[in-house]
Ligand binder design. Structure first.
Ligand code: XMP
Length: 328
């Protein structure tokens, strides 16, 4: 049983638990054959792809998978805790949790250019991961959550696909890519069948730089906290209203701009929270979700009560084009 590098043309879409189960059995055998009694390293973000890869590897080789979760401080509320709960507590994974929050936020302090922010986040991530990798010995393999659209996009020249995660040359590993030939919906079906929680399997798209691109301009800790808390409220209220899994992507943004308000009879100079909720198929175009007005008002009230330093809540009516989905 060898790992396939290319999706066979006649491969049936994995759209049922039975087909997922067959794929899982095949991959577990393929991983065992490739890895033997070796150890495998994985950067586990908690996103769908890396989570499914982790679950497959745990099934195949147990604690010979070394999963590294880097908390860069730009994750959504509850995400690092969920990674620890699911992988360490429930699946008994060999999980290294790295709290790199201060390190990332210090590097990003005062940086307002979006592309520079993205570069810093990407570069720092590789550095933190490489440092952890160097502390470990006897690891020959690196697992990656590459999926079939990544391969198609890199072939079409749309996206550079970084083999081995762009790691420095002294860290050379043989790749293990057990979801490489799958489409996203198939990865989700496999994840669901492996027993991963729905909150992990059916999550909305989330950019690599995380909340960093939703804390527009130079990231400050207070605004980042306002993004994280308001995003958590939005997600909770969308879930309670049955919109989770129906709306393609929804989040909040806090721009680097204050406005005048009034609280307890006193003038305030505070941040604003922008709510964004869009539908799309491929992220190339997007339309806005017509969120019920009553729900928007409920979210507004919770943000006013629960999020510090905010005196205004706005709803973004812009489709893509002319706007992009994210703000920077
Ligand atoms: P835009 O803002 O370009 O976003 O309309 C399209 C989709 O891509 C996501 N996105 C990113 N994903 N790194 C990522 O991994 C990024 O830097 C990034 N920027 C945008 C965005 O969330 C949307 O789903």
């Amino acid at each position: 049983m060898q790992q396939l590098l290319v999706r066979p043309e006649n491969m049936k879409r994995i759209d049922s638990p039975e087909l997922a189960k067959a794929y899982i059995d095949e991959q577990v055998a393929a991983i065992k054959e490739q890895v033997g009694d070796g150890k495998v390293l994985l950067a586990l973000s908690g996103g769908v792809d890396s989570s499914v890869v982790a679950a497959l590897l745990i099934k195949a080789i147990g604690d010979r998978l070394v999963a590294v979760h880097v908390n860069h401080g730009l994750l959504r509320k509850g995400e690092p805790e969920q990674v620890i709960e699911v992988f360490r507590n429930q699946m008994h994974a060999n999980l290294i949790y790295v709290d790199a929050v201060d390190r990332f936020l210090d590097k990003l302090a005062g940086v307002s250019d979006p592309e520079t922010k993205r570069k810093i986040i990407g570069k720092e991530f590789i550095e933190v991961f490489a440092e952890e990798a160097r502390k470990l010995t006897g690891i020959r393999f690196l697992a990656q959550g590459t999926i079939w659209p990544d391969i198609l996009e890199s072939e079409a020249g749309i996206k550079a696909h970084h083999n081995a995660g762009g790691l420095p040359e002294d860290l050379s590993f043989e790749l293990v890519e057990p979801v490489r030939i799958l489409f996203k919906d198939e990865v989700r079906m496999v994840g669901k069948t492996l027993g991963l929680p729905d909150g992990m399997v059916y999550r909305q798209p989330f950019p690599g730089p995380g909340l960093g691109v939703r804390c527009v301009g130079a990231i400050t800790r207070d605004r980042l906290e306002a993004v994280r808390e308001s995003d958590a409220i939005l997600r909770e209220e969308f879930a309670a209203a049955g919109l989770q899994g129906k709306v393609w992507q929804y989040f909040t943004v806090v721009p680097d701009m204050k406005s005048t308000g009034i609280r307890d009879g006193k003038r305030t100079d505070d941040w604003m929270v922008i709510i964004r909720a869009v539908n799309s198929v491929d992220a190339v175009t997007a339309t806005i979700e017509e969120v019920p007005y009553s729900l928007l008002l409920k979210i507004r009230d919770r943000i006013f009560h629960e999020v510090k330093g905010v005196n205004r809540v706005l709803y973004d009516l812009s489709s893509k084009p002319l706007a992009t989905i994210e703000y920077e």
